[in-house]
Design a protein around this ligand. Structure first.
Ligand SMILES: *Cc1c(COP(=O)(O)O)cnc(C)c1O
Length: 339
């Protein structure tokens, strides 16, 4: 019961080449659901792009990329002594953000390669300014490949980066996340002696979505009369129409929203209108029929959804594919078809 992502292969590859060229020193990021494509596929694409390094989210992802990508593998989750699937492959670069962790890693006799991450205003991982300042320029027992900064979106990032550059003047290579192109250009101008490596996922893999098309398959269509009850919850339909059974449910991530970052009342209202319930408890589905997003009959099932089409709407037939609007980072596709 497939939900399929169709990729216009030539145009996607054209975009990837252009995006990589526009970001010198790019470290492609492949993690999680691989931005909809899967981590393994992205690893092959990074190899095809000629990247010398691939950043992944967790140690658990090393196995998906190591056979498909021949360059260095930067693990962005911080090394911790309690993680059990750590790979010490010579191609793996560890991210370290605590003095104790650095000391433990340095006890190994194979000189692990590390990035030293600074705790930015994100407050996620990394050495605090004080602990970073106390580190020796070349800590023993590890090979420092550079420093890393993960920055919040849309703030005065330049000032924060400059601050860290000043804290560790000896570092020549900085791995940065979420800087704008203009900020990167400014940094390079200000510090021609330093190497900046932007870690980029979304802009690379999903920067232009016009070459992606996601389709759900119509599995069944049942005419219903006003007052009929249906679904797990046996709610009655308010109008005559058709219940369409389509592929795509919670297992695919359909209608699962990442928590809304909405911070104003208006943004929250928009978020509710898009994915939440209306006053009568109905929810708008991401499935589009005859040019309109349609209502769920009830919350999506694990692999299928029931949606309502009012009388008069052109009814697609079983086997037809319909458009479905998805968030690529939260959707699992049954098939990825390159056209
Ligand atoms: C996920 C991630 C990225 C890539 O983020 P995009 O917004 O997809 O480009 C970069 N750096 C870190 C530390 C990340 O976790």
């Amino acid at each position: 019961m497939p939900i399929t992502m169709y990729v216009d292969g030539p145009r996607w590859r054209e975009h990837l080449t252009a995006a990589a060229a526009a970001h010198p020193g790019i470290v492609p990021v492949a993690k999680g659901n691989g931005y909809g494509f899967g981590v393994a596929r992205l690893a092959r694409r990074a190899e095809w792009l000629g990247a010398d390094m691939l950043a992944i989210g967790t140690y658990a992802e090393v196995d998906s990329v190591r056979q498909r990508f021949s360059g260095d593998i930067l693990v962005m989750e911080p090394w911790r002594p309690f993680l059990c699937d750590i790979s010490y492959d010579k191609r793996v670069i560890h991210t370290v953000g605590r003095a104790d962790d650095l000391a433990m890693l340095a006890e190994r006799d194979d000189q692990p390669r590390v990035l030293l991450e600074g705790l930015t205003s994100m407050h996620r991982h990394g050495f605090t300014e004080e602990t970073m300042r106390e580190l020796p320029a070349a800590p023993r027992g590890v090979r420092v490949e550079g420093h890393a900064l993960h920055l919040p979106l849309g703030t005065d990032q330049l000032r924060e980066v400059e601050h860290w550059l000043g804290l560790v003047p000896s570092s020549r290579r900085w791995f940065v996340s979420h800087l704008t192109d203009a900020e990167l250009a400014t940094l390079r101008l200000m510090h021609p002696d330093l190497e900046f490596r932007p870690r980029i996922g979304t802009t690379l893999w999903l920067g232009d979505r016009s070459f992606l098309d996601v389709r759900a398959t119509v599995l069944d269509a049942h005419p219903v009369s006003r007052g009929d009850s249906l679904g797990y919850r046996q709610r009655s339909v308010l109008r005559a129409g058709t219940v369409l059974v389509v592929s795509g449910g919670t297992a695919h991530g359909v209608a699962l929203e990442a928590p809304s970052p909405a911070s104003t009342a208006r943004q929250r209202a928009v978020a509710v209108a898009r994915g939440g319930l209306d006053a009568t408890g109905r929810a708008l589905s991401p499935f589009v029929v005859a040019g309109k997003q349609r209502w769920f009959v009830e919350p999506p099932h694990m692999q299928v959804s029931l949606i309502f089409l009012p009388a008069g709407c052109a009814i697609p037939r079983p086997g037809d594919e319909i458009e479905v609007q998805v968030r690529y980072t939260t959707t699992t596709f049954d098939h990825i078809t390159t056209i």
